[in-house]
Design a protein around this ligand. Structure first.
Ligand code: GRG
Length: 299
């Protein structure tokens, strides 16, 4: 199967799973449909589905056709947690953005309170999915819960976001401070996606460590490219408002290093990620072309 067909097959299965594993609206029982409308509004607005695709790709690379539990509920859980972080990041008290995934942000479409609750509900739902879809193998459920809660906690995603907010207007941020923010705000969830795929596939501890290392490099490359696109692309292409970081005086890889050096850094992190993934048993793994593809992405 060629690269695009494979990517499309993964994303198609994720879209079906998102519909299946997120509460419908209207619910079959009486209740506030508005919260489920808001959850589905942001989830189904699209997005690249990078994190669930990484989970499925890592699962495929490590399971090598052996029967395993279904990776799709975990893939949906990761996308729910990611979407919560986007909804909250767009709120007026954070980035105050009007556009996400090409449509009005949750608080613009609904209101701030609903957007806050939709984010909270998606976060909770992520753990609900893991706890209830893998409970026939409690050790697996526990490992998945530990992996996702570590990535989303105050020492990773939320800590990275806190540091990012504290660093606003700090135009003299050091390169290692910036790496700290993005290793936690962006790379932690990329790592968790890959590791979760490996866990469901029954990967060894050494293979999980390889996925984690590759994920860290890939996450950093992804963020550097995000900064480059933010400086060079349009709202129409990105589906979100570009140039906001620079406008509020935030340091980015581009403001700190310049465009050319940022491109070099993205290339280096991509190469390091590929070197890690080459150590996995499946030498034709989809993870390799996927990592290369992300370097030249346009949105
Ligand atoms: C509010 C706890 C909390 C965290 C917010 C995700 C985040 C942290 C902020 C969003 C802004 C940003 C640039 C984050 C870096 C990670 C990133 C590039 C997110 C966007 O991910 P994509 O491009 O989005 O995969 P889609 O819409 O394609 O899923």
């Amino acid at each position: 199967m060629d690269f695009n067909a494979k990517l499309q097959s993964f994303t198609a299965s994720i879209e079906i799973a998102l519909d299946k594993f997120v509460p419908p609206s209207p619910l079959p029982y009486a209740g506030p449909n508005r919260i489920h409308d808001a959850m589905r509004y942001s989830l189904q607005a699209g997005g690249k589905r990078l994190r669930p695709v990484l989970l499925l790709a890592a699962h495929e690379a490590l399971s090598q056709q052996n029967p395993t539990p279904d990776p799709l509920p975990a893939a949906v859980a990761i996308e729910c947690l990611h979407t919560y972080s986007l909804i909250h990041d767009d709120l007026p008290c954070m980035d105050n953005d009007d556009l996400r995934r090409g449509i009005p942000t949750s608080h613009k479409k609904f209101d701030e309170a609903t957007a806050l609750l939709a984010g909270d509900a998606l976060l909770t739902h992520a753990f609900d999915l893991l706890a209830n879809n893998y409970n026939s193998t409690p050790a697996l459920a526990l490992q998945l819960l530990q992996t996702l809660s570590l990535a989303g906690n105050s020492t990773h995603l939320i800590g990275g976001q806190m540091q990012d907010l504290l660093s606003e207007k700090n135009t003299t941020l050091s390169s290692s401070d910036l790496d700290y923010i993005h290793l936690n705000k962006t790379a932690a969830l990329v790592e968790a996606s890959l590791v979760s795929g490996g866990i469901i596939a029954g990967a060894s501890t050494a293979q999980l460590e390889t996925l984690r290392t590759g994920g860290r490099h890939l996450g950093l490359a992804f963020q550097i490219i995000d900064d480059i696109l933010d400086a060079t692309s349009t709202a129409e292409t990105l589906g979100k408002t570009p140039g906001k970081d620079a406008a509020v005086g935030k340091s980015t890889y581009v403001t700190l290093h310049g465009l050319d050096r940022a491109r070099d850094l993205a290339g280096t992190s991509t190469d390091l990620a590929i070197s890690s993934f080459q150590q996995l048993p499946d030498s034709s793994s989809f993870l390799l072309p996927l990592t290369q593809h992300l370097l030249s992405r346009e949105k």
